[in-house]
Design a protein around this ligand. Structure first.
Ligand code: SUG
Length: 456
């Protein structure tokens, strides 16, 4: 396959706006922050404003930034499907009394973590020269599996042009095909518009005879190898430019439920913990060799050793869940890192060493406060879905979703007026919350001129 070269592709970050039902329900198995904050009082308004401030920061740095609308929650249809009946208030009240866990799952604002929304392959990598999207089925956690249908609908609305964009249905909803989207996917390339090496990372491999010994003992592995392979086939990726690597089961057991908790790539840089992959140093060599073969260039592999930052410190601080972005003038790369890294001596030292080393292009850091999301195990990189687009593709994206000063001002005002300041677990059964969310999303439909968000 010829490798396509597009001179002027950009990477756009699509961040999901945190929804008004943002809560700490302890729903996510293997996600230590989610478990630790179970039943804590959440602050939806602050959560949404923190996410929006991060988007504004990126936009002000000159990096294209767009928004995805939150999904409609509580999901009354789901609660009815699970046997709760009567009018809306009766459904909420019965669910709240009989099974608060199901009510919390059906109310979760988890679509905020857009890195799990879909896997995206840019047109430079695909056989038909179109951008391919596969929404994640997220089957490993019930509350997340509810997102898929609306995510698929939203992506079709935002990327409508079938001459440029291909929307695949989510993979069949079963554990052997468990798919968690871009959180387990990295793309390495000399520059966004050139063909890249697509690295898929999985935690479970039903076809492997070594499954039992290689499986994590404490926590479930969410992403399957078969799912990653299916997506690579569907997206028409060149097998010579595709790599499948297994997560280190010890990392999963330390709380690395998605690979983006331990590894971040951008263009020709990969920042990774030495214990991220099952094959250790051999897997890191596979990546550098494959990259060299694909691009003819050297990968900047930045490996953080256990001695500098342990797996558990990595999970605690989310250093590797920083966003790594290329400066628009291509003068270097910037880490958009959580303040938890700044405040942790060893993690901060790692960042300082990376910045001081002129052998790699990473030369700046900006700290961001996304604590409300972090408390549920979602750092800066979890909140965004990256989509590499050529100029022509960019021009065919639904224009209303791009964050500019005016949209930022409207969203700030909307969140401030419509979101609750605090939410306690018992509040999820409050029918007034449902009314508030409906009102808020109706107004957002007007702001974004996307009619379907409340219907999806
Ligand atoms: O799936 N947390 C999410 C966090 C997702 C982070 N995303 C990436 N790493 N890309 C999850 O574990 C917690 C919800 C709760 O407990 O209320 C939650 O779903």
């Amino acid at each position: 396959m010829m490798s396509a070269v597009y001179s002027s592709a950009r990477e756009v970050n699509f961040d999901a706006i945190v929804g008004p039902t943002h809560a700490y329900a302890g729903l996510a198995m293997g996600n230590l922050a989610s478990q630790r904050h179970k039943h804590a009082v959440s602050h939806p308004r602050q959560a949404a404003l923190q996410g929006l401030a991060k988007m504004k920061l990126l936009a002000d740095l000159g990096i294209p930034q767009a928004v995805l609308p939150p999904q409609r929650r509580p999901d009354l249809d789901m609660l009815r499907r699970l046997g709760f009946s009567g009018d809306d208030a009766a459904v909420l009240s019965a669910a709240g009394q009989e099974d608060p866990g199901l009510l919390a799952a059906s109310s979760s604002a988890s679509a905020m973590w857009a890195a799990n929304a879909a896997t995206v392959s840019p047109s430079a990598d695909t056989a038909d020269g179109k951008v391919h999207f596969t929404p994640a089925n997220l089957v490993s956690q019930f509350h997340r599996s509810i997102e898929t249908r609306a995510t698929a609908a939203i992506l079709r609305v935002i990327f409508p042009d079938s001459a440029r964009f291909v929307h695949h249905p989510a993979l069949p909803a079963c554990l052997p095909l468990g798919d968690e989207g871009a959180a387990n996917h990295a793309r390495l390339t000399p520059s966004y518009g050139q063909s890249g090496l697509e690295v898929f990372v999985y935690g479970r491999d039903e076809s492997s005879t070594t499954t039992n010994t290689a499986a994590p003992r404490r926590f479930p592995a969410r992403q399957s190898r078969a799912a990653a392979e299916a997506i690579a086939r569907l997206h028409g990726l060149d097998p010579a430019r595709t790599l499948f690597l297994r997560q280190n089961p010890e990392a999963i057991d330390a709380g690395v439920f998605h690979n983006d908790v331990i590894c971040v790539g951008n263009e020709d840089v990969l920042l990774v913990h030495e214990r991220a992959f099952a094959g250790g140093a051999a897997d890191l060599n596979r990546i550098t060799e494959a990259y060299q073969a694909v691009s003819g260039q050297r990968l900047h592999l930045i490996t953080i050793p256990e001695s500098a930052l342990s797996l558990s410190e990595s999970v605690e601080t989310y250093l590797f869940n920083s966003q790594l972005v290329t400066a628009p003038d291509r003068s270097g790369m910037r880490l958009i890192a959580p303040i938890e890294v700044r405040d942790h001596p060893s993690a901060r030292r790692c960042v300082e060493q990376v910045l001081a080393d002129s052998a790699n292009p990473v030369n700046a850091v900006t700290w961001v406060d996304v604590r409300q999301s972090m408390n549920n195990g979602g750092g800066p990189a979890c909140l965004r879905l990256r989509v590499v687009l050529t100029e022509a593709e960019l021009a065919s994206v639904r224009p209303d979703v791009f964050l500019n000063d005016s949209l930022y001002a409207m969203l700030t005002d909307w969140i401030t007026r419509q979101y609750r300041e605090r939410l306690a677990p018992g509040d999820l059964a409050d029918p007034r919350l449902l009314q508030e969310v409906r009102r808020a999303l109706d107004e957002l439909s007007q702001i974004l001129r996307i009619d379907m968000i409340t219907a999806a």
